[in-house]
Write a protein that binds this ligand. Sequence first.
Ligand SMILES: Cc1cc2nc3c(=O)[nH]c(=O)nc-3n(C[C@H](O)[C@H](O)[C@H](O)COP(=O)(O)OP(=O)(O)OC[C@H]3O[C@@H](n4cnc5c(N)ncnc54)[C@H](O)[C@@H]3O)c2cc1C
Length: 411
Amino acid sequence: MTRDAEAGDTTGMDLGYSKEDESFRREVRAWLRKNLPRRGSEAGGDGEDQGYRDPKRIAAAKAWQRTLAEAGYVAMGWPREHGGQGASIVRQTILNEELVLHHAPNQIGMMGIQMVGPTLIQFGTDEQKRRYLPRILRADEIWCQGYSEPGSGSDLASLRTRAEIDGDYFVVNGQKVWTSMAQIADWMFCLVRTDPAASKHRGISYILIDMKSPGITVRPLVQMTGDPGFNEVFFNDVRVPRTNLVGELNDGWKVANATLRFERNMLASTTRTQQLMVDLVKLAETRSRDGARASRDPLVRQRLGELVTRVWAMKYHSLKQLSDEIHHRPPGIGVLVNKLVTTELNHDICTAALEILGNYGPLAKSSAHVVGRGLWPRDQMFTLGLIIGGGTSQIQKNIIAERGLGMPKGA
Ligand SMILES: Cc1cc2nc3c(=O)[nH]c(=O)nc-3n(C[C@H](O)[C@H](O)[C@H](O)COP(=O)(O)OP(=O)(O)OC[C@H]3O[C@@H](n4cnc5c(N)ncnc54)[C@H](O)[C@@H]3O)c2cc1C
């Protein structure tokens, strides 16, 4: 990230960006000023529901991603031959920072861009890369992740959805659950058991399933935010071409873990956490408490101080990771620490906001007395889900303890 670091000199620490990178930042800012959809428009922004219930909203969100893609701002880190820019991690970080700081709408095809796309680049066949990657970039096809099952969440390798081989096809039977975006997805990257006799991590394969295939039923589940963000997905004799296998047959665990690593990266946006913290301080400066500004209250100040300290510790941790990446040092358990810390911090910041808002805090968008657009209570609930999704905090802590700190494996 730093000039010294980019030059290969790690003796000093310069937390600034190079002139070229700063010029890239200005370029991104200018582009965003011209192209950003109006806040509150159908493309969304941070105030919109996560359920994508309205077809107009889906179309607008796809159009936004396409606009970004045409400017070269989607998947900038992918190699050029696959539609990316081969951009450095620093440029990708700058782009992400600017998108968050400008409250840009989420990219609807995030699971394609951040999860299955990089997985296909690593493990896919040439034909798979050619077929899927361009459509991922332009949001022409939306993806969902078929990992979790009833009874197989943290213990993912115990999954039971099975795929039997029948000529050139897999025949899939079973059920997935908590499948985000399945209600609008065109494709699912899915873990299936292809060898029930093998030990549990072995007989798993990673396949790509067309969500329009006969035999698939999607049932939305409403989250506590009120949005139908995730789903149950049932498979009844669903036929999937064998060419949709990614990696080797029965070796899907390896591929699945690569996707999980990409997912944890996606969930750990430190810029988003910093932005939330800025919003929280603004809230404390504008809301009153016992006749004075909330930011004057010693208890509120103490809480803000504690949260800001954690945000900065997280920020420096992520800068260290960035530096490791620039110098091709293995990330170790750093990504897990990031996922653990940012998701918990996001939730704690939102909870502090509700405390500042007092009795009006929990009111939803539909209430006549809602504060602002009711985003704090919505985000407080939503961020709780992100502590669970992509591997719960407890699981992250187990792995950090065992692989990072060398502690003995728990019972
Ligand atoms: C918002 C959201 C979106 C999601 N999206 C998707 C998706 O798109 N696709 C998908 O496949 N899945 C998705 N999930 C599912 C998610 O991956 C699982 O919820 C998660 O892995 C936990 O599994 P579980 O819900 O079965 O809980 P369980 O595994 O049953 O865990 C229950 C509790 O026990 C704790 N626990 C379990 N094992 C241990 C252990 N060994 N040591 C200590 N504590 C333990 C857990 O931390 C947790 O608190 C999503 C979840 C959420 C909340």
